[in-house]
Write a protein that binds this ligand. Structure first.
Ligand code: TLP
Length: 349
């Protein structure tokens, strides 16, 4: 039995998606002639309440394209200090986009507009120009925390006052929408662009979308091309994307319930420290209280019994998704408890 809780990126496409790929109408998307890509982009724009959308290869590419359209080389970008764009996108914002990151600590990943305002540079010949504020919804490293609409609006209003753009890394924006019971359009309204992923909880084989106004998407299309993301017959990726947006969003609730079940179960295991109020969507972080048990040793031990997770420093992350059932959660809990009861030394004998 394998219970893979490393990420929702391990999800596999549904039978219906594979069928849709088989029958997708295709064309060269660099000529704008792939009808399936066009249909997905139209649907994504409509769902997010923006003028236009662009299919990109990955979340990383979507974020980079967006940063590069909103900013010029040498500009400064405001990010929460645990932002995925800063930590896990290979430093592309510096090495490719030529941007200066300005990191601000948030509260559970959520930025306080007063801190952001303080960080906005005045026009001064010595300083980089602040061009953009990035927010992450749900916030991955904070534990799948949702940015509520009011907080997004506060950042949007502030940005407007200062003539800045706001980009949302909404890799899991539909998880936020389901958890907050707020239409994704409302969450997207205060920001200029949103990137969201098809390949995570929505189970597509690959692909993300960037949405924004017509002018932004036209520029993003050129930027995607520079970055090698012009994909020709990309309808094979767009076809499951359409199914994802039409049919897979509602079921995310189930992933959230499983995450809750997992978190509550973990909280009852001696030796595990977990903050239950941080478990709002499908991501669960916890720590081991025993200092002599290293996260890597714990991961190896549970992996030996078929349960996979990831460590981020001292914290262990488990993510629920369509491939995980209630029974899988119960099994993972049993394995964690067993490993913690035995301890690292006994395990070795
Ligand atoms: N996150 C992955 C890993 O990179 C850590 C994961 O397993 O959670 N924004 C956010 C908030 C993300 O969590 C991710 C992927 C991305 C962007 C990048 O998406 P991809 O992997 O499609 O480039």
């Amino acid at each position: 039995m394998i219970v893979d809780l490393r990420s929702d990126t391990v999800t596999l496409p549904t039978e219906e998606m594979l069928e849709a790929i088989r029958h997708a109408k295709l064309g060269d998307d660099n000529f704008g002639e792939d009808p399936t890509v066009n249909a997905l982009e139209e649907l994504a724009a409509k769902k997010l309440g923006k003028e236009a959308a662009l299919l990109v290869t990955s979340g990383t590419q979507g974020n980079l394209v967006s940063l590069m359209v909103h900013s010029r080389r040498g500009d400064e970008v405001i990010l929460e200090m645990d932002a995925h764009i800063y930590h896990f996108e290979v430093g592309g914002l510096c090495s490719i986009a030529g941007l200066v990151p300005r990191l601000i600590p948030g509260r559970l990943g959520i930025l306080d507009p007063r801190d952001v305002e303080e960080a906005i540079r005045p026009p001064d010949i010595h300083q980089p120009r602040t061009s953009l504020i990035c927010i992450e919804n749900t916030h991955n490293l904070a534990g799948g925390i949702c940015w509520p609409q009011e907080s997004i609006k506060a950042i949007g209003d502030l940005a407007k006052d200062h003539g800045l753009a706001v980009h949302m890394d909404g890799a899991r924006i539909f998880n936020a929408s389901v958890a907050l019971r707020t239409d994704v359009r409302e969450l997207a309204k205060p920001v200029d662009s949103v990137m969201f992923c098809l390949s995570k909880g929505l189970c597509c084989p690959a692909g993300s979308l960037v949405v924004g106004n017509e002018e932004f998407i036209e520029k993003a299309r050129r930027m995607r091309k520079i970055l090698g993301g012009g994909m020709r017959k990309a309808g094979v990726l767009a076809a499951p994307g359409i199914i994802a947006l039409e049919k897979m969003v509602g079921r995310l609730e189930e992933d959230h319930e499983n995450a809750r079940r997992l978190a509550i179960g973990l909280s009852k295991i001696p030796g595990i420290s977990i903050d239950l109020k941080r478990v709002q969507t499908n991501i669960v972080f916890f720590e081991l209280e025993k200092v002599d048990l290293k996260p890597q040793e714990f991961l190896e031990a549970i992996n030996g019994k078929g349960v996979k997770a990831l460590a981020f420093g001292r914290r262990i992350r488990m993510v629920t998704h369509m491939g995980i059932t209630k029974d899988d959660i119960d099994y993972a809990l049993e394995v964690c408890e067993e490993v913690l009861l035995k301890g690292p030394s006994k395990r070795r004998s």
